[in-house]
Ligand binder design. Structure first.
Ligand code: BG6
Ligand code: BG6
Ligand code: GLC
Ligand code: GLC
Length: 945
């Protein structure tokens, strides 16, 4: 007896453990840690590829920006309807976030109903699918007595890959899982839903946000755990999202902060990246799916496929005689007969083997005990491979987050949902264990989403709603800055009236139209050495300019820049001119030319009434200058007197020139078509070549025309003879007019376009009521307009959380150079935030976006207004000359034109649009107006008797 027992014991030991043959058979599905690390590294490379603008189009893993910029921050509230499509259940819900509850934790109430989703709808017409969705929504509202009259915001969880440019829009890239309804691919599914809701009728629904289930899951879990920055689904399908640094998301503008990226990792392997890990069973599952070749990773991992993988393995083993003594049933041959629920049941702790037997018997098989052990082991290998692959993917994401943040270790929470994770008894534990083994340095917590994705979707919608209402209010505030074509035409017409009135009027007019006594643009014969002084822009400059005789367009410049302190700009006239004389002294020392007695041209960028090239009576200070005892005086005399007071060097001041005129001359030296000068800098102004016959006021003022040599035409010279006609005299038919267009509107003619902010800026300036056009368009004022708007938005609670700080109340903090930086396209948000920080303003990402919007609106209007003014000027020149078409060049200078990223384009576009009969070329001045002043000096000097 004992011997029999021993023999049978001996044979039972000889008989192979049934799991061993399965292990051998499924060798390729059992992944070791080094293989998992390899897969993880491959997935990291795929993520990079998907994020980069260059490689995204060809990338299998799409890395879709979601426009969700933060995890819940506790400020979300409201009442929302929600739709949840794409998982194993289609649900309609009502979600209340902190409505009358007032506490953070548990501050969400939900009611939900699961509706059937008939199979034929999944593969029918897209519009019918959405009709069913919207009819279910209506049914839900009726059942829950939700008002049909009131407007309801709706959160939409749509668990498929969508390309989003905003939260409330999403183009379906491709269907996945078991959906393939026609006519929706490549279309905006939010729009499709809205249309279906309209067709159903009787509801007032605002689809405010659409989110993927991964994103919604991350947000759901993030509500209670602020470390939750990853969302993971292991359900019908599989996917993950995480918070990526915006600077790495090429497809979205901006670089500051983070954005949730929906990886769509189910498509990992679609380009062959996993080929060496794919088994024959995976190939068979793929070939029999609705989307062959697509979602390769998903097909190795998710609930829709696990049961099928097990069935195919068992079938093949049976066929090979490794199971059921080689017998196979029809049921076992039928697709879908083993489900993921079966897989979970087979792996139950206690009842697993019994469950396996029941499942196999239901398939008309007659399993032995060993067969049951073997089939259970097949299940384990298939589901273990799934959790291993998910662990590899997660390890890649967590490694990336860790590297992004430059951390050695990482504390992070992963929010998880999906039937596989929720119902498979061993899955979560295995997954957690492998992730921790692959990333020992990370502290990873897994949190199961307690209430599905709709809670998270509602949180996203709450933020979207708040932002949308904020945006509406900002748009409303900025709307008076947006000028339409008709308004710009009006500005052009008013500028034209201003030009005409200024030419005719003897006394003061808003557009002063001051004669410059410059009759010619340069002809290239200018030569010699000249000093040029340049006062009135951002800085004072002293220059030495050398023109080589006979060599056209050959000038050499040496210059030095001096700042003029505010107290000097606004002190006494004597102090101001003494300061200039001192700067000149320093420059002459610097050049070693103290004794040269050079001829000098004086660029003086303020309105001067001139009766000759070398005299100019300051009409009024503009921009930031307000020195006493200057208005009404000849500035050339004041400069001469200051030099005399120094008694140190001599200068022969031959010409006084406005900066517009200097700029026009500078550019005309290069391009003879240049007959207009434009400044868009601290101030704004234009000069142009006007017909002498139109310049009434010069005749009235002086009785006779004086020429740039100072000698009236036909007058007798000292020797009694009439002055000889010089070469070119006959051609004198034009004179450059300094328009001083900055004064347009000083009679109220621009009041209809000025905003309350402009009025405030004018009132707070040193010359209220004056230079109204300049105050809408030039560098000295744009920052102040921006500050007024920002102040107002802050007071209204739309910016800086409503905190009006001291810096914000300080005039002049927004210098125009900041506007240029703020509006530059690259590094924009980073710059905005650091600039605002410098100004003592602690801004969020959204504050920065709004401030940038304000800057854009203000500078865009400025450029348009200058463009409209320019259209009036060039059209006038064209009409003066009786031409249908005029080709002309405008010489331009000024920091706003040169440094602002968009000003010049908008100005040019507007001018061309409003003066279609003129072909206007804009030419930035290379060396400022000093060279032009020197050219004028050269001509005047050559003509001196
Ligand atoms: C649910 C979500 O909880 O999980 C769904 O609300 C999601 O939106 C689902 O798609 C994923 O799991 P399954 O197993 O239903 O596909
Ligand atoms: C300079 C001219 O280049 O541009 C100055 O030489 C002029 O005369 C100036 O006033 C205008 O620009 P801004 O930006 O300095 O006012
Ligand atoms: C599929 C979808 C994806 C979704 C996932 C989980 O992979 O493409 O968008 O997140 O299933 O439901
Ligand atoms: C102011 C001055 C004007 C000057 C302009 C640009 O408008 O009044 O003379 O040309 O600024 O500097």
């Amino acid at each position: 007896m004992l011997a029999v027992h021993l023999i049978s014991f001996f044979f039972s030991k000889l008989k192979e453990d049934p799991t061993k043959k399965v292990d051998r058979f499924l060798y390729a599905m059992r992944l070791h840690d080094d293989q998992l690390s390899d897969i993880s590294a491959r997935f990291q490379a795929e993520m990079k590829k998907g994020l980069s603008a260059e490689s995204n189009a060809a990338a299998a893993v799409k890395m879709l920006p979601t426009h969700v910029r933060s995890t819940p921050d506790g400020s979300e509230k409201g009442q929302f309807l929600a739709l949840d499509i794409g998982g194993s259940k289609f649900k309609v819900l009502q979600v209340k976030v902190r409505e009358g509850i007032g506490i953070r934790k548990g501050g969400v109430e939900m009611e939900e109903k699961t509706y059937p989703m008939p199979k034929e709808l999944l593969i029918g017409k897209g519009s019918e699918l959405f009709d069913h969705v919207s009819e279910s929504l209506k049914d839900f509202m009726q059942e829950k007595s939700i008002s049909m009259e009131k407007k309801h915001p709706l959160a939409f969880t749509f668990s498929f890959p969508c390309e989003q440019t905003t939260l409330d829009q999403g183009m379906l890239l491709s269907w996945s899982k078991n959906y393939r309804a026609r006519g929706l691919q490549g279309k905006d599914v939010v729009q499709a839903l809205r249309e279906a809701i309209d067709r159903t009728g009787g509801m007032d629904i605002d689809v405010s946000a659409m989110v993927n289930d991964t994103v919604a899951t991350m947000m759901t879990c993030g509500f209670d755990d602020r470390y939750c920055e990853v969302g993971l689904i292991i359900g019908t399908g599989t996917n993950a999202c995480y918070m990526e640094e915006l600077r790495h998301v090429d497809l979205v503008e901006g670089d500051e902060g983070r954005m949730c990226v929906n990886t769509e990792w189910g498509a990992f392997g679609d380009d062959g990246a996993l080929n060496d890990y794919i088994t024959q069973f995976d190939r068979d599952v793929d070939a029999a799916s609705v989307n062959p070749g697509k979602q390769i990773f998903e097909k190795m991992v998710s609930g829709m496929y696990l049961g099928e993988l097990v069935r195919l393995v068992v079938l093949k083993m049976a066929k090979r005689g490794l199971l059921f003594d080689g017998s196979v049933s029809n049921a076992l041959r039928t697709k879908g007969r083993i489900t993921t629920a079966d897989v979970a049941a087979m792996e139950q702790y206690k009842n697993g083997l019994n469950n396996t037997r029941d499942i196999l018997m239901a398939l008309d098989l007659n399993p032995s005990h060993d067969d049951c052990i073997a089939v259970q082991h097949v299940s384990t290998i298939v589901s273990f491979r799934s959790s291993n692959l998910v662990a590899a993917g997660l390890a890649a994401i967590l490694t990336r987050i860790k590297q992004n943040r430059n951390l050695r270790s990482l504390r992070i929470t992963v929010g998880v949902d999906g039937t596989v994770y929720k119902t498979h008894p061993q899955y979560p534990k295995r997954l957690h264990k492998v992730v921790r083994r692959l990333l020992p340095e990370c502290h990873v917590r897994f949190v199961l989403s307690d209430s599905g994705s709709s809670k998270g979707a509602a949180l996203v919608t709450a933020v979207a709603q708040r932002l949308a209402s904020l945006k509406r209010q900002v748009v409303e505030t900025l709307s008076p800055f947006r000028l339409n074509q008709a308004q710009l035409q009006l500005v052009k017409a008013r500028m034209r009236e201003g030009l005409e009135a200024g030419l005719k009027m003897k006394g003061s007019s808003t557009v002063k139209m001051l004669p410059s006594f410059v009759y010619h643009t340069p002809d290239g014969t200018e030569h010699g050495k000249y000093l040029a002084l340049d006062l009135g822009g951002t800085n004072f400059r002293a220059l030495l300019v050398k023109f080589k005789k006979g060599l056209q367009q050959n000038a050499r410049l040496y210059h030095k820049i001096y700042t003029i302190p505010l107290e000097t700009m606004q002190g006494t006239g004597e102090e101001l001119f003494d300061h200039i004389a001192q700067c000149v002294s320093d420059f002459l020392d610097y050049m070693g030319m103290k004794n040269a007695h050079l001829p000098a041209g004086f660029t003086f960028s303020f309105p001067c009434e001139q009766t000759a090239i070398d005299t100019g009576t300051l009409v009024t200070w503009t921009k930031g200058f307000k020195a006493t005892d200057c208005e009404g005086h000849d500035v050339v005399s004041m400069l001469r007197e200051a030099i005399k007071r120094r008694n140190e060097y001599n200068l022969d001041i031959v010409a006084v020139v406005n900066d517009t005129v200097g700029t026009m001359m500078s550019c005309a030296y290069e391009d003879p078509r240049c007959e207009v000068g434009l400044i868009a800098g601290t101030g704004t102004n234009v000069c142009y070549m006007e017909e002498l016959k139109n310049i009434q006021k010069t005749k009235e003022n002086t009785g006779t025309m004086k020429r740039d040599d100072g000698i009236p035409e036909g007058e007798q010279q000292d020797d009694g003879t009439e002055r000889e006609k010089k070469e070119g005299d006959a051609e004198i038919s034009k004179m450059c007019i300094n328009t001083e267009w900055g004064g347009l509107g000083d009679d109220g003619s621009l009041d209809d376009i000025a905003t309350p902010y402009d009025k405030e800026v004018d009132q707070n300036s040193i010359n209220p009521g004056k230079q109204r056009f300049e105050k809408l368009t030039s560098g000295m004022y744009l920052g102040e307009i921006v500050r007024q708007v920002v102040l107002d938005l802050t007071r209204g609670g739309l910016l800086f959380r409503g905190h009006v700080t001291e810096p914000l109340k300080t005039p002049g903090i927004f210098q125009t150079k900041f506007l240029s930086q703020i509006e530059s396209d690259r590094l924009a948000l980073l710059q905005v935030r650091s600039i605002l920080q410098q100004l003592g303003l602690d801004s969020t990402c959204h504050d920065s976006i709004i401030v940038k919007e304000v800057c854009k609106a203000v500078s865009h209007r400025a450029a348009q207004l200058c463009g409209a003014g320019m259209a009036a000027v060039v059209d006038k020149i064209r009409e003066n000359r009786g031409l249908d078409h005029l080709k002309i060049t405008v010489g331009v200078d000024g920091a706003l034109y040169k440094l602002h990223p968009h000003f010049s384009q908008v100005l040019q576009k507007t001018a061309r649009g409003l003066a279609p009969q003129c072909d206007v070329t804009f030419m930035p001045s290379e060396e400022g107006s000093g060279k032009g002043a020197a050219l004028i000096t050269a001509v005047a000097k050559q003509n001196q008797p």
